[in-house]
Write a protein that binds this ligand. Structure first.
Ligand code: ZN
Length: 239
């Protein structure tokens, strides 16, 4: 039997504490809602937030994390460069990373992508239909042709990211825009998945299909026991 995947859910956790509208949707924080859903699906979880020492991402915590989930929005700049470097190294060493919604502008995602990661947006309660464009991909397991979200913030193209290695979802919005909303990458030994929905005033992370995508993505991004990455000058293997 496979060992239990250890997931750390990181949340900036500022909106929920300062905006009653957000607190009404996520009384214990977005991280807690996601953690409960993942626990129900059999994962071992812990949470970490920005205002904890070292943002809750000590060396020990990251060493014991198979997959890190990242939600941030208003305080990307408050994330210390030292912690970003630490997370970056862990991803290159094989830790999975799932970046959610406004995490597109986080220091860690921009660093891993090497582009601005900018996009169009509109808070107008658009209707969103998230189309599966890679049927058969493990992240889509158990889904139908699309996920329907009655209301969400709109994110529109152009999304300034490198071309995804696999594009899993494309969103359509009732305002007319489209967006590459599920994007897979590898960096070093690490797998990265960007998943678009999850505006803080909307109960998207309570949606069972969204929770399913996140669970599937955790399984997909979990590290495998692969070869160590060795670099530099090496002696010949043959005489
Ligand atoms: Zn948002």
């Amino acid at each position: 039997m496979a060992t239990t995947i250890r997931v750390t859910i990181w949340n900036e956790y500022r909106h929920e504490r300062h905006n009653p509208k957000v607190a009404a949707v996520y009384p214990d924080g977005i991280h807690t809602t996601i953690a409960r859903a993942l626990e129900t699906n059999g994962f071992q979880t812990r949470t970490a937030t920005l205002d904890e020492p070292e943002h809750g991402l000590t060396k020990e915590v990251l060493e014991q994390t198979d997959v890190l989930i990242w939600w941030g929005h208003m305080a990307h700049k408050d994330v210390s460069d030292e912690i970003v470097e630490r997370v970056h190294q862990r991803v290159l060493d094989g830790m999975g990373l799932i970046v959610l919604h406004s995490g597109h502008f986080s220091k860690i995602f921009k660093r891993l992508m090497g582009t601005t990661c900018d996009l169009k947006w509109r808070e107008s309660n658009d209707h969103e239909r998230i189309w599966v464009v890679a049927p058969g991909h493990p992240i889509t397991e158990g889904l139908g042709e699309y996920i329907e979200l009655e209301h969400e913030e709109m994110y529109g193209e152009h999304f300034d990211i490198p071309a995804p290695e696999t594009l899993v979802f494309v969103s359509w919005f009732s305002g007319g825009e489209v967006f590459r909303s599920g994007c897979c990458y590898t960096r070093g030994r690490g797998k990265i998945f960007y998943f678009r929905p999850g505006h803080e005033t909307i109960p998207t992370y309570h949606n069972s299909e969204v929770q399913r995508v996140i669970s599937n993505a955790v399984r997909w991004a979990a590290p495998v026991q692969g070869a160590q990455r060795l670099f530099g000058n090496r002696p010949a293997l043959e005489k």
